[in-house]
Design a protein around this ligand. Structure first.
Ligand SMILES: [Zn+2]
Length: 314
């Protein structure tokens, strides 16, 4: 990303140009056209179904999540946009505050199953700074959801950092741990290209139920009992936990603003990530929304010494 002055780290960002591309929808198996359109300052991020002419913009916010099985799905007035999480992860990590996203199908294209194609689209369109200052959601009190087996928790921290672990009863996956300081550079290097994954028996069951029609080794790591079916193998030895980290970055973007806090996600997934965001938003003592005005910045930086590092990411 561009070199910029320190105070510019805190300015809102949108894209310099409109950009479109096409890819396959994971569940319908049909070609989907995705368009990113620049949006004015303080607009936020919205999704719109352009195949349904009268449908309204759906804000990328947790209050509009209508389903978390298999993927994170947003909806409004019965209109749905599914599989938003990889796109949202890229927007979160690249610090995009304002964008209209249009799609002509009920789902965002899956591309290769990672966030890298979304990062490339953002980079190709170019990022521009806007006049208004960014807003952040700063965690002020610990919040936890889940049970003894799986959990997701946010605690106050100086930046956006993640501790993510998984534990699958599968010889190729088993225990994996990812710890990440979520700057855009770290995201692009460590997380963006990690693909989603599925077990062959689950994918076959989904296909016989009419789902995952577009699912293939082109857009997911597919694992059977003892091996990985993708001939090219893995992009990282621990690609699985890296993808879970990617999903969490996308799901937490639905807090509505970039996050300043530490996420600990143990065997979490879309459902639990969503529960966590709703728990935070339901209790205003858990968080503070900070607009990065010069006065607020001085106040925040007194208590958050590495805030600038997070802003560089956000
Ligand atoms: Zn995912």
């Amino acid at each position: 990303m561009m070199k910029m002055r320190r105070k510019d780290l805190y300015r809102q960002r949108t894209l310099a140009n409109e950009i479109s591309c096409e890819g396959v929808g994971l569940h319908t198996g049909k070609r989907v056209r995705l368009t990113f359109k620049p949006a004015p300052e303080n607009y936020g991020i919205t999704f719109r179904r352009v195949d349904l002419p009268d449908s309204r913009d759906i804000p990328a916010r947790a209050q509009f999540v209508v389903d978390t099985a298999l993927a994170t799905t947003l909806g409004r007035d019965g209109v749905r946009v599914s599989t938003v999480e990889h796109c949202c992860a890229a927007l979160h990590a690249m610090g995009i505050d304002n964008l209209r996203i249009e799609v002509n199908a009920p789902e965002i294209p899956i591309f290769d199953g990672s966030a890298l194609p979304f990062v490339r689209l953002i980079q190709e369109a170019g990022v521009v700074l806007q006049r208004a200052m960014k807003e952040f959601i700063v965690i002020r009190r610990p919040v936890q959801v889940g049970d003894g087996f799986k959990s997701a928790a946010l605690t106050p921290a100086n930046s956006f950092s993640i501790h993510c672990s998984i534990d699958f009863r599968h010889p190729l996956i088993s225990n994996q741990l990812m710890e990440l300081e979520c700057s855009s550079a770290n995201f692009c290097r460590e997380i963006a290209c990690a693909r989603t994954f599925g077990f062959l028996k689950d994918i076959e069951a989904l296909k016989s139920a009419g789902l995952a029609k577009g699912g293939s080794i082109e857009n997911a790591i597919v694992v059977d009992g003892f091996s990985i079916l993708n001939p090219e193998g893995l992009r990282f030895a621990d690609e699985f936990v890296r993808h879970k980290t990617l999903d969490a970055i996308g799901d937490l973007f639905l807090l509505g603003r970039p996050l300043i806090g530490h996420l600990r996600a143990d065997k979490s997934g879309h459902a639990l990530n969503h529960q966590l965001t709703m728990r935070v938003l339901s209790d205003p003592t858990c968080y503070e929304v900070i607009r990065a005005t010069p006065g607020e910045m001085a106040r925040i930086e007194a208590t958050l010494p590495t805030f600038a590092a997070a802003a560089a990411m956000a």
